[in-house]
Design a protein around this ligand. Sequence first.
Ligand code: PMP
Length: 282
Amino acid sequence: RTVYVNGDYLPEEEAKVSVFDRGFLFADGVYEVTSVLGGKLIDFPGHARRLARSLGELDMKMPVPEDDLLEIHRELVRANGIGDGLVYLQVTRGAADRDFAYPEHPVQTMVLFTQAKPGLADAPMARSGMKVISIEDQRWGRRDIKTVQLLYPSMGKMMAKAAGCDDAWMVEDGHVTEGTSNNAYIVKDGAIVTRQLGTEILHGITRAAVLRFAREAQMKVEERPFTIAEAQQAEEAFITSASAFVMPVVEIDGEKVGTGTPGPVARRLREIYIEESRRAGV
Ligand code: PMP
């Protein structure tokens, strides 16, 4: 595979980042994942905008203008022959003598690589639905910044696996925040319910698109917190993320949601999202 490191396109074996990189030592960095469908980048402007915001919140700057970033994404998709898959982008504060305080003159590190995922839009899980467990949300308080501190979400995934499930929904003060790597939704009395934006959750790019499509299709949307008990009694549940699109959730902590099969709202939103993404991709 060809990867990108600080201005260079290199075979992955030749790509190097310093052992003093603050991304490695302090998780002092942010990332984005942009899906590719039929060779086209999905929601690229949204991901670029969120990257700029994450960087700004941490007193970092965009390493290159958005246009150049798009070109780098496209070049990697082309070089690696990606039809369906994703582009991963990470920007860190770069290498400096180890010190908690930021370096005075940081030289940021930017790395991009691709992953091929043939048949990304026809994931079998979209037909079976996924099973989730609930766990306490033990992450830090600025989940709106997309940092590379992903240890707790990784632990959550492992807890789900150990329970024979696919993912974990995290709960804080009795209410669901989000999934380990996705935003969480239920359908209640026909309305789509998902937690409101704030510092407690990542502002999903897929979330924004799906809520827009839902409103355009005259579906009712409520942005408010919900509990695990409410979700278990809901008509449907589902998640969204750049790599899973819209994915039905059919079981929460061993309780079937609705009929225990993917529901019509999740199925319809998935169709619309994939169709619109294929159309609007760049
Ligand atoms: N929440 C968390 C914690 C995530 O890691 C992700 C995926 N990166 C999302 C939500 C979904 O965001 P997006 O739709 O932008 O992929």
